[in-house]
Structure formats: C-alpha cells, structure tokens
Ligand binder design. Structure first.
Ligand code: SF4
Length: 243
C-alpha cells in the first residue's frame, strides 16, 4: 500500500520498499522510516566558523557529523558524493548515545557539542532529535546546517532541542528554487520559525548568472533584515562542483 511522507514539501507517495527522492526515507512495512538513522558518512572536529556560524561561541570547535540524503538537487552540490549516495558510500553506525558520548569526550579539545551537517540532516530528523536530546542533557550544544526545506511537524520536533542553525537561503526567486528542486516559501517559513527559538545565521551561495542580480540580493537581504537586523547573512563563493 502507498503511503505519503510528511517530512518535506515533496510529500513523496511511496510503495512498499520504495525510497523517496531524498534517498534517505523509505516505506518499510507500511511505515515511513529514515534508512540513514545512525549511519555516519563523515565525522570531524571543525571550527564553528566553518559551519558557518560567526556569532555563536566564536573560536570554539564542534563535532560535525554527516549522513547521506538530501531533498534538493542543486547541480553544484559540493558534497554530492555523500548527499546522493543513498547509503552506497562507507558508513559507520553510531547510536545517538555514541555520538553524544564522543562529543562529551572531546570537550577538553574545545568541543561545544554536535553539528549535523555535510548532507541535509533533516531528511533524517529522528536521529537529529534523539541525539540532540542527549547532547543537551550533557550540557552541550546542537547545531543544524540545513536547507530549511521541511514541514512544520519536523520543526516541532527539532526546534526544542536545537541551539543554533545555519540555513541556506539559496536565492530569492521561486524560479531559482524550482531549478534546485525546492520551494522558496517553505524556506522562508522555516527561517521565520527558527529564528524565534534559536540562534540563526543564513548563507547564500552566489552562482554567477543564476542568483546574483543586485535586485535579488537587495530583496533577500531586506527580507532577512525585516525579521531581525541582527541575523548574519553569509555570502559564499561558487566553485564548480557536482555537475
Ligand atoms: S523527506 Fe524524502 S521521502 Fe520524505 S517527502 Fe521529502 S524527499 Fe520525499
């Protein structure tokens, strides 16, 4: 029997055994399951500025974990080998307790918590939530680096246990978001909710000829400032990658 996934705006309708567009969620025995739960493709102790977060514990480091799966299709993805692997790349399995415990062990090395990054973490939001609860219980911080393309019920689960986010705001037109397989209004709504409960910084990757008009950048920056003039907006440089 087909069931529908409520995690993101795609609302994939999946037959038994079928995996969604993100390659991370599957209809298994009539239930939507995150098949990337606990499957870590990358793990590194990074400077917090690399997330990028410039106004959240500057100078600290954070244990950064990635899995696989993404619900967008940016042709310039810098992490496509893991984001699109569908689990085909080498993974290690870490229970939430293992990841939170590893973060605590690294406190003496300047670690402040766990960052979920490298792929789109929220296509596997259950693992983020379960780990973040333990990270908070240990007195540490949870950071999410995300494309901001999930539904309200997912935000309800993760916002109470999230301390900071960097959200990609990839451009400011629906036409550009459609090219990337996303939806601008979903991302704006996500940011509007997130900044009310946790520290938020935004990142816009400038792709020459695609989202770099002065008019679009002005509109994007004005919208961010209308939420809160204190929200940092990072403008990052394009490198040819992915396709
Ligand atoms: S999270 Fe994945 S399976 Fe669920 S609707 Fe989005 S793309 Fe489809």
């Amino acid at each position: 029997m087909k069931i529908s996934c409520g995690t993101c705006m795609h609302h994939c309708s999946l037959e038994e055994g079928q995996t969604g567009l993100c390659r991370a969620r599957e209809n298994r025995d009539g239930q939507m399951r995150a098949v990337n739960y606990g499957r870590i493709t990358s793990l590194a102790l990074d400077p917090i500025e690399k997330k990028p977060l410039y106004h959240f514990y500057p100078g600290s480091r954070i244990l950064s974990a990635g899995s696989f799966g993404c619900n967008l299709r940016c042709p310039f993805c810098q992490n496509y080998e893991i984001s699109m692997s569908g689990g085909g790349t080498q993974c290690i399995y870490m229970e939430p307790e293992n990841l939170a415990g590893r973060a605590a062990e690294l406190k003496s090395a300047g670690n402040i918590g766990v960052a979920f990054t490298y792929n789109e973490p929220l296509v596997g939001w259950e693992y983020v939530r379960d780990t973040a609860r333990l990270v908070r219980a240990a007195g540490m911080k949870t950071v999410i680096v995300t494309n901001g393309s999930v539904t309200d019920p997912v935000l309800d689960e993760i916002l109470p246990v999230t301390d900071a986010m960097n959200v990609d705001l990839k451009g400011f037109t629906e036409a550009y978001y459609r090219k990337l397989g996303g939806d601008l209004e979903t991302v704006k709504h996500f940011i509007e909710r997130a900044f009310r409960t946790c520290h938020v910084e935004l990142t816009t990757l400038i792709v020459p000829g695609e989202n770099d008009s002065e008019e679009e950048m002005r509109e994007l920056a004005a919208w961010a400032a209308s939420l809160d003039r204190g929200i940092p907006l990072h403008v990052t440089r394009f490198f040819q990658d992915g396709k």
